[in-house]
Ligand binder design. Structure first.
Ligand SMILES: NC(=O)c1ccc[n+]([C@@H]2O[C@H](COP(=O)([O-])OP(=O)(O)OC[C@H]3O[C@@H](n4cnc5c(N)ncnc54)[C@H](OP(=O)(O)O)[C@@H]3O)[C@@H](O)[C@H]2O)c1
Length: 288
């Protein structure tokens, strides 16, 4: 499959993983740029990209598809700086990878003829992420629809999926991603903190809880969220919830979290038909 020449600007967590991911799939990278030159030079050497530096000097140095993988706050200034390089951008597609920002941040380039879009991977890329981290993930694409066939093709080459979103869908999806990823992490920290109250160490607690977390995610993958719910609320076990509330009564924050998440769990259990309306009301009476 023919690929466009690609340029990556910003070689942090996502930019370096993207460069390695594209390279692993034999997709041609024309140039790599990064504010700190040494990082761009090292990455370019590792994956045999000829041109690297802090910033392109002219449009000759950039490919047909340009990824701006700089922090969100830098997307607009980098886009303006790129636009000032040339008055003719009509043969280039420029995308940023922010989940929160729309393609409008690239308007300076759009006004000069570039096709612009956002291309956000629903995945987390800490430093030194492996190139296969794109496999099976979902990219959402927003902006100029004429960019989408090319972006879809890039996603396919990375063995990822892609779908189109409008501004509103994109913003809600990003909030959802924060809840599903970051807050899951936070909930695990809160769960460990709860176990520690009973006398276990953080390390022991984390080790014991992790297989449970993994299986929960696996169940959610195999079945609907309604069908895969387990636990005392799904079983209608009022006395267990009462006991937990008693245990946590001295810790207001933990109790509040238990109550709020418990109420949402009751709603899910009622929706799935696991508990009757009457049992749900009993839970709601306790969880307040
Ligand atoms: N990492 C993730 O998990 C993830 C996931 C989905 C989407 N994203 C999106 O991907 C984008 C990049 O995020 P990140 O986490 O990869 O950021 P990051 O790790 O902080 O890396 C940003 C990179 O951009 C470089 N940079 C900053 N200003 C620049 C400029 N003016 N010109 C050239 N390079 C510049 C930085 O250079 P220095 O080396 O000098 O600092 C750094 O290497 C963001 O839009 C983010 O929302 C990230």
């Amino acid at each position: 499959m023919l690929s466009p020449d690609i340029t990556i600007i910003g070689t942090g967590g996502l930019g370096s993983a993207l460069a390695r991911g594209l390279n692993a799939k034999d997709i041609s990278i024309k140039s790599i740029f990064n504010r700190t030159k040494a990082k761009a030079t090292l990455l370019a050497r590792q994956i045999e990209v000829e041109r690297s530096g802090t910033f392109p000097n002219s449009t000759v140095e950039v490919g047909e598809l340009i990824f701006l993988t700089v922090p969100d706050r830098c997307i607009k200034p980098v886009s303006s700086r790129l636009a000032s390089l040339d008055d003719e951008w009509s043969n280039k597609t420029v995308v940023h990878c922010s989940g929160n920002e729309s393609a409008d941040l690239l308007d300076d380039l759009k006004q000069k003829g570039a096709t612009t879009a956002s291309f956000h991977p629903l995945q987390t890329f800490p430093p030194e992420s492996s190139p296969d981290r794109f496999e099976d993930i979902y990219f959402n694409m927003q902006g100029d629809p004429s960019a989408f066939p090319l972006l879809k093709r890039i996603a396919e080459q990375l063995e990822a999926n892609s779908f189109e979103v409008d501004d509103n869908e994109k913003s809600h999806l990003h909030a959802a991603a924060v809840i599903a990823s970051n807050y899951l992490h936070t909930i695990l920290d809160i769960a460990v903190g709860t176990a520690v109250l009973g006398g276990l160490s953080r390390e022991e607690s984390k080790k014991a809880l992790l297989p449970l977390v993994k299986q929960t995610v696996e169940n959610a993958e195999k079945f609907s969220l309604e069908d895969s719910l387990t636990g005392p609320i799904e079983r209608g076990d009022i006395s267990t919830v009462k006991k937990h509330l008693k245990l946590l009564e001295k810790n207001e924050l933990l109790r509040d979290i238990y109550v709020e998440l418990g109420r949402s769990t009751v709603s899910l259990a009622a929706r799935s038909g696991a508990i009757s309306e009457e049992t749900a009301d009993q839970f709601y009476g306790l969880l307040k």
